[in-house]
Write a protein that binds this ligand. Structure first.
Ligand code: GLC
Length: 751
């Protein structure tokens, strides 16, 4: 429950850091007052007015159609209007030209920035800094709410273990713990501690649930999720965001085991509201209610509306199912008025909590909140810390020595594509590309020859000029990657290598004999088996947004020491997908592998060993979850436990000494992993249960300490019960999921 502290009228209270925004008198109401207001309003509403609140339409402009629908009380929310004057004109129609003057809530997909664009969410996860995610969301809310957007469809906390899926770009990666931490940070950033204050937006945790398990990494596809997997992997980030107070949830497009989420009572009534006690508002995804006809579980819109209302979907996004069918369903007795009233309550509660009844309009007299210096600085630092150094043979950092740099490749000056997917409101001329930044950093020592002008280009005719230019350069910076359109919704790839002729271009650059730093800007993990051999260093930047160029320049020169760590495994080849670190051990774990080119001709059937791996890809990804290099090095001591034993209701602390063994200051991510060695179900060989990013001076040692309650060792059994089973657990602390070094053993005993 969102407990709102009643705040006395005490004049304007500046919200720290939200300069130039006037705050409303602290009139945010308590839950009790909000419920009383809802009761009073609901008692006055006709069925038509109730159904109108459950309808969300997308549209821009002060159109006759929109005005007509608003005045008829047919619209509860408008999606995609981002002009402040138009928002106010449409809102005035609701406040002055309807019987009950119920404000509209305006919404938009503000996923990783509104005008100031931050790295795409999976890039934000690569910072392993929840405070950066919170700050970026706070800034996004400040910018978007200043034009009237008070509801964003973010954070997306779908676990993604299949990089073919385009929407891997929009989440926080493969791990439930990391995703939970980042999702909660985003909710806090968007909502602040008082949703009724300006500069805030209602968060929308999505897509509930299991969307990332779409079969084959093909968007919208079916999922098959046995209950223990759903419970242990896909639900936890949603539970974390629900308990963090996410004001809304959005259902997913997919079916789980044949049940479309828009009709999934178990998810919305049993789990979300029943088990988790959440009392927010649920919106469908775009036409997802209507799409149940395509799924083949609804014969028509009438059926679909019936299923969705019973499942607990409160608002219908753009399917016209509720607005066209719900009244008839009620009069036919198929949907009770009590269900409809509950849906309307959830919508009205959101609007009261946002303070829209008291402050429905945007103050257009305020100075612009866009691209404030502190916003751009935050975007720069987030982009810097999201960059992952994958390989480096010593070519980096370039230092401030006057190196002659050849900048080349399709992502070197990609003002649009650098922002990645879901950056609707981005203004490309505000993007600072590597070319823009390098002109300042390297001056006359910079030569720029694109070679390829976009990532899918197959025509190599421009590459000769780049090869020629390389002759005069000391180092080549090859900006490779994906255009923004190649990831995100509906943009899945069956081959996740560099598109177009980029690899061939890299081969030709390699032939020049000059050192090559390959920088990849993409929306997903890219397979880089050959590129990792051809390059002297590789930096991976998940589409870094507005400040990607300066961030890269600072990293290449060494002004910033890279500290990003992967939030998702990078496969060697797409055939390894789905690939993730927290795998089961199987009955045939691999201790040694004979790979395809090592097998003697006419080798006997069992001569290669019978254990679990791919002959042509081995077992492990090219770069594992949690991995990231630095310009310095770090050493980890063996983990120390505060006790060797703990009861099933106890907790221990795990400590580890981390030392910077190199010559420059750097940040590293200490990660805590555990393994349940023997349990009633086969358990993953390791699971992330904590992390801390620490900055150490050369030679400095610091002890990191994690608290590990027994409750974090629980899992769901086949009876759908959460259990903590006594037994031995292995504990590691390392800076990646490789979990090198000796594990500590913790024994859990019955209390
Ligand atoms: C899209 C997406 C969802 C988004 C919504 C509104 O189809 O699935 O994530 O928030 O529609 O744009």
């Amino acid at each position: 429950m969102i407990i709102k502290k009643f705040r006395k009228i005490c004049g304007l209270v500046a919200i720290a850091g939200l300069s130039a925004i006037t705050t409303f008198p602290a009139m945010s109401a308590t839950d009790a007052e909000i419920e009383a207001n809802i009761d009073r309003l609901l008692s006055q509403m006709t069925l038509d007015e109730k159904v109108g609140q459950l309808n969300q339409l997308s549209g821009t402009g002060y159109s006759d159609g929109m005005i007509r629908d608003i005045r008829a009380g047919k619209i509860g929310s408008i999606l995609n209007e981002v002009d402040a004057e138009t928002v106010n004109k449409l809102q005035r129609e609701a406040m002055e030209n309807t019987r009950l003057h119920i404000p509209i809530i305006f919404s938009r997909d503000v996923i990783h920035g509104f005008k100031t664009i931050f790295p795409i969410p999976i890039g934000q996860a690569a910072t392993w800094r929840p405070e950066m995610v919170e700050q970026g969301s706070r800034i996004s809310a400040r910018e978007a709410s200043s034009v009237g957007v008070r509801w964003t469809f973010s954070p997306m906390v779908d676990i993604a273990r299949d990089a073919r899926w385009g929407r891997v770009a929009e989440g926080y990666g493969e791990d439930p713990y990391l995703t939970s931490v980042m999702g909660v940070a985003a909710v806090r950033g968007y909502q602040g501690d008082d949703l009724s204050q300006p500069g805030t937006m209602a968060a929308c945790t999505k897509h509930f649930c299991g969307y990332g398990a779409s079969e084959g990494g093909r968007d919208y596809n079916t999922t098959w999720l046995p209950r223990p997997l759903l419970r242990d992997v896909y639900l936890p980030p949603f539970e974390a965001c629900a308990k963090a107070g996410s004001a809304t949830f959005m259902c997913s497009f997919n079916d789980i085991n044949g049940v479309p989420s828009s009709a999934n009572k178990f998810l919305f009534r049993d789990v979300l509201r029943g088990e988790w006690g959440w009392n927010g508002m649920v919106v469908s995804d775009w036409n997802s209610i209507g799409e149940m006809i395509n799924h083949g579980v609804a014969a028509d819109k009438h059926d679909a509306a019936d299923l969705a209302a019973h499942a607990g979907i409160d608002m219908d996004m753009q399917a016209y199912c509720y607005i066209d069918e719900l009244k008839q369903l009620v009069s036919d007795g198929k949907v009770s008025i009590e269900i409809v009233d509950e849906m309307v309550r959830n919508v009205l509660r959101l609007k009261y909590r946002l303070g829209l009844f008291d402050h429905p309009y945007v103050d257009t007299t305020l100075p612009s909140q866009m691209y404030l210096p502190e916003s751009l600085e935050a975007a720069l630092h987030t982009a810097e810390e999201s960059a992952v150094l994958l390989t480096n043979n010593g070519v980096l950092p370039l230092g401030d020595k006057k190196v002659k740099v050849l900048l080349t490749g399709p992502m070197a000056d990609a003002h649009h594509d650098q922002n990645g997917t879901w950056s609707f409101d981005m203004e490309k001329d505000k993007t600072i590309t590597p070319l823009d930044a390098f002109k300042k950093t390297f001056g006359k020592n910079l030569t720029y020859v694109p070679g390829l002008t976009y990532s899918r280009q197959k025509d190599l005719s421009g590459v000769d000029a780049a090869v020629e230019a390389a002759a005069k350069a000391d180092v080549i910076i090859f900006l490779a990657g994906e255009e923004a359109v190649l990831s995100g919704e509906a943009h899945c790839r069956a081959d996740i290598s560099l598109p177009g002729a980029q690899t061939e271009m890299l081969r030709r650059l390699k032939a020049t004999g000059k050192p090559i730093v390959t920088v990849v800007m993409a929306g997903r993990p890219i397979t880089l088996p050959e590129e990792s051999k051809l390059s002297d260093a590789i930096i991976f930047m998940f589409h870094p947004g507005t400040m990607g160029g300066p961030a890269l320049a600072n990293i290449l020169t060494g002004k910033v020491n890279p500290s990003g760590h992967l939030p998702i495994s990078f496969p060697r080849m797409v055939g390894q997908v789905p690939i993730y670190y927290s795998v089961k051990n199987t009955g045939r774990p691999t201790t040694e592998m004979m790979l395809i080119d090592e097998i003697p001709h006419e080798a006997g059937q069992t001569s290669t060993g019978c254990t679990t791996f791919w002959l042509d890809a081995g077992l492990d990804p090219l770069y594992c979850f949690g991995y990231g290099l630095s310009y310095t090095t770090f050493e980890y001591s063996a983990p120390r436990l505060s006790a060797e034993e703990m009861t099933t209701d106890g907790e221990v602390t795990v400590s580890c000494d981390v030392t910077n063994t190199g010559k420059v200051e750097g940040a590293d991510v200490a990660q805590l992993y555990v393994r349940d060695v023997v349990a009633s179900l086969a358990r993953p060989i390791k699971q992330l249960k904590g992390f801390e990013k620490i900055t150490l001076a050369p030679g400095e040692t610091r002890t990191v300490t994690f608290t590990l309650p027994a409750s974090m060792l629980s899992f769901y059994d086949l009876d759908d019960k959460s259990v903590i089973e006594p037994g031995d657990f292995q504990i590691w602390v390392d800076n990646s999921s490789a979990c090198r070094g000796k594990a500590a053993t913790l024994r859990v005993v019955e209390k």
